[in-house]
Design a protein around this ligand. Sequence first.
Ligand code: NDP
Length: 300
Amino acid sequence: MAEASIIDGKAFAASLRKSVSRQVATLQELHGITPGLAVILVGEDPASQVYVRNKGRSTVEVGMNSFEHNLPNDIDQETLLALIRQLNNDPLVHGILVQLPLPNQICEDVVLDAINPEKDVDGFHVINAGRLATGGKGLTPCTPRGCLMMLKKWLGDLSGKRALVLGRSNIVGKPMAQLLLRESCTVTIAHSRTRNLADECRRADILVAAVGRPRMVSGDWVKPGATIIDVGINRVPDTRPGAAEGKMRLVGDVDFGSALYVAGAITPVPGGVGPMTIACLLANTITAVCNTAGVDEPEV
Ligand code: NDP
């Protein structure tokens, strides 16, 4: 049986980061602007600390300024909002990101909506969600933006294709569906109440899985030749022969082993969608710079 092509997210991300560094150089040369990205981390969640560190490193690597704000876990909402207001008014800061999740005493929606929508590089502000839904120009959430970039590079014109998005979260599923609709796909959004989920999946030319359930989508749910984007990141015990006792590994929402022999192309986990997310954060920061400074986005 023929194997699917592997969509190499690391390679896509490396190429996007290269384009972004060229754009940074152009913005400096033509307008004297060095893009600045501020990341706020509340508390000491180890996974969040790793994400924030990686974001900071990638920001500096493409020539941008990185501003990191680490706040204690017991901080009150007003203090956090005051920092966001300060960053909203700081001309050196073009993008603001608040690392999620936030501690219980803080309301996530209030915090996200306090960010100036033009600096909202995560694209979670209600204004940017509205712009995406209505076809306006705005900042798009990084993970779906990365998925769409890979799909377009891989498949070219997506118009008329049947796409199924599995998951309806505000950060992945819904914006992903909006982006595919913009590309004139025929879009179905599936979730935990969807009936005959396997049949729905089998109809899809493009299947984007964002559920957070390890290997839920098996090969017999996949249409032969379909393109699969696996967003899921799930930590499971590593039971492969030779793996050390108690070792964990990352798997996606798709059962890669069985889907590989049915799909036309598939993103691996790790090495698929994940690397594109941070690269798209940098690309969104360029968009934010151009929106706030009123300059055209440099060609890549
Ligand atoms: P959420 O938990 O917010 O949403 C999960 C969605 O999946 C919900 O819409 C839920 O349906 C649906 N769902 C859950 N169980 C089932 C089921 N058994 N059958 C059908 N649908 C189901 O997750 P996120 O969107 O935040 O993330 C999804 C996955 O993507 C996670 O593994 C996460 O770690 C990963 N992720 C990866 C990123 C990356 O950079 N690669 C970035 C962001 C997320 P309902 O709404 O009905 O509850």
